[in-house]
Design a protein around this ligand. Structure first.
Ligand code: THG
Length: 265
């Protein structure tokens, strides 16, 4: 499973401060640390920390590129910021994200082709996030069509069924694993699935426990990728164990060590 490290995000106080003070060290340490902990890609989001997000995104990406060639997920809703990030990061990046709205798909699918990027697509339309898995599947199908029309291959499409906080949208939680199963049936080969995991526990007391329990549910449903904090070792252990029990890796007694040895570059 592809782990996309979530920590280089201006939503976190240490990163917001680093962006404001142009402190490269903090960002570079987070890049190295997340990759060493098992991330295969890094999410990059300026948050609200920068007055002008375009140079801020470019600066963040260049700072990360000084220490790693790992794929970067450029996390912004603004096409101009996206393009600046993709340019600085180079081919093999991940667009994070487009919604299923035609106007956004019409901009971001061609951008994926032009910059040799894969693309995360949220199951959101003009009406917002659907209440149930059926509504998510409907938008996902529109996304699959748009990808085909633009010549973007299914393995380069990551559909995100949108995880909402369990404390305010409790009935929506179980729709996500259903949605992960549904999305895999939409085409052959299927698009991939991704979630922003930490959304599930925002504002709750047992954040890490809720994160890792939900991750197990999603991995058991066939999740392909997750934006999460790989520095949470208990969560990584839960993920690795679920993948083992789902027969994605061959059993050995020291499977945690074996997994880490094979994934740490
Ligand atoms: N889908 C996609 N991309 C995403 C998301 C998604 N990108 C952003 C987000 N959701 C995933 N990343 C985070 C990062 C941080 C938190 C949640 C999701 C988070 N932050 C603390 C908080 O809000 O409580 C910040 C405070 C702190 O700890 O310093 O929870 O769903 N495609």
């Amino acid at each position: 499973m592809l782990v996309i490290g979530e920590r280089i995000n201006g939503m976190f106080k240490d990163v917001a401060k680093a962006i404001q003070e142009q402190d490269k060290k903090v960002v570079q340490e987070l890049a190295r640390g997340q990759l060493a902990a098992g991330a295969g890609a890094l999410d990059v989001n300026t948050g609200a920390a920068a007055a002008d997000p375009r140079p801020a995104m470019q600066g963040l990406v260049e700072t990360i590129r000084e220490v790693t060639d790992a794929p970067l997920a450029i996390d912004t809703t603004k096409p101009a910021v996206m393009e600046a990030g993709l340019k600085a990061a180079g081919p093999g990046s991940i667009i994070n994200s487009t919604t299923g709205q035609q106007a956004r798909l019409a901009v971001l699918m061609p951008m994926a082709k032009a910059y040799d990027a894969s693309v995360i697509c949220l199951t959101i339309d003009e009406k917002g996030v659907p209440r149930d898995a059926a509504g998510r599947a409907e938008i996902a199908l529109r996304i699959v069509s748009a990808a085909m029309e633009n010549g973007v291959d299914m393995p380069d499409i990551y559909i995100d069924p949108v995880v909402l906080p369990a404390n305010v949208a409790q009935p929506a939680v179980k729709e996500v694993p259903t949605s992960i199963r549904d999305i895999r049936l939409l085409s052959e080969p299927p698009p991939r699935t991704v979630v922003g995991l930490s959304n599930i526990s925002q504002g709750t007391m047992y954040r890490r426990l809720i994160n890792r329990t939900f991750l197990v549910m999603a991995v058991a449903a066939g999740l392909d990728a997750a934006i999460l904090d790989p520095l949470d070792a208990e969560m990584m252990d839960a993920m690795i164990t679920t993948e083992l029990l789902m027969n994605k890796n061959v059993y050995c007694d020291d499977y945690l060590k074996a997994y880490r040895a094979s994934s740490s570059g």
